[in-house]
Ligand binder design. Structure first.
Ligand code: COA
Ligand code: MG
Length: 270
């Protein structure tokens, strides 16, 4: 299993970096990124694509820019005509808060979700929970609200949110699956990691699934895993935080400086 995180909030790409990154992705991906209004969103989308292509390149030995990606009807990216080494690869990306994250496995089905533990200004925890009422079962709300402090409740909320989303992203449906059909019983976090959480679908525990929950730098990163991961001996490995320089990206720069200016002119988030 490959588990990566790139801290996008502190990534301030130089012109060379951005043009190399832009050369690593497809024209359609560049077009999409050029449409974002904020730098934050452009960086996160770019980081997601780089993480995916980095993994494909690492596993197959081919150049990261050589892969063709498309999306299925639910929006989930997949590889078009993957080389033999990647036909069984399940992969997924998530970006939120300060991070873009990636999980990939050659034998298990995976989905990843990241969320920053935060509360909008001028909102109370209970007001926030009020908007999310229909996303969790009564049992889950009981668990979410069980800590005495607001911070503890918020922490549990995001933990549950990431669990639900990692699952619906692994199966590929996204949120239309219906989050109330999925019920989690969360395990104890030890050293900011938990691997003992279980899931029930329509009331029946599904032991084919396991969940890797990592609390890192005020974010939850959760990977849903169905089936055996062939690299299970590395199960204690944590999410690896990488920098742009650690990624395999194109050696060549995109021969169009305008592309960097369009990035540089995007707004900072309010
Ligand atoms: N299944 C699996 N992965 C999918 C997917 C699907 N059906 N659709 C898209 N993805 C992948 C893509 O790679 C996408 O990134 P990209 O567009 O840059 O390539 C990535 O997942 C996005 O994941 P994430 O960053 O976690 O986004 P999200 O949390 O906004 O939502 C979904 C992802 C797939 C669940 C989406 O269906 C959705 O509806 N989200 C709403 C989220 C929401 O309401 N959040 C409130 C939290 S309090
Ligand atoms: Mg998400």
């Amino acid at each position: 299993m490959i588990r990566l995180a790139l801290k996008t909030s502190t990534w301030n790409p130089t012109e060379t970096e951005w043009l190399r990154a832009a050369n690593t992705i497809s024209e359609a991906e560049r077009d999409r990124i050029s449409q974002f209004m904020y730098k934050r969103d452009a960086k996160q989308s770019m980081a997601g694509r780089l993480l995916m292509r980095n993994c494909f390149s690492q596993l197959s030995g081919a150049f990261p820019e050589s892969f063709v990606l498309s999306r299925d009807t639910s929006g989930k990216p997949y590889l078009v005509n993957p080389p033999a080494t990647l036909t069984a690869l399940s992969f997924n990306v998530s970006h939120a808060g300060d991070y873009a994250t990636f999980a990939g496995s050659n034998s298990a089905k995976v989905g990843v979700d990241v969320m920053k533990v935060e509360l909008r200004r001028n909102t109370t925890v209970e007001q926030f929970f009020g908007h999310m009422k229909r996303q969790f079962t009564d049992f889950e709300w009981q668990r979410i609200r069980s800590p005495g402090s607001d911070r503890g409740k918020l922490f549990n909320f995001y933990r549950y949110w990431c669990l639900k989303e990692s699952y619906v992203k692994a199966i590929g449906t996204g949120l239309k699956f219906g989050l109330l059909k999925i019920e989690f019983d969360i395990g104890r976090m030890e050293d900011d990691i938990c691997r003992t959480t279980t899931v029930a679908i329509d009331g029946v525990i599904d032991s084919d699934w396991r969940f890797e929950e990592v609390y890192l730098d005020n974010h939850f990163i959760t990977i849903a895993v169905q089936g055996e991961d062939s690299t299970r001996e590395h199960v204690e490995d944590n999410v690896k935080v990488v920098k742009f320089d650690d990624l395999i990206v194109s050696k060549d720069m995109l021969d169009d400086e305008k592309y960097f200016f369009s990035f540089n002119e995007k707004k900072e988030c309010p």
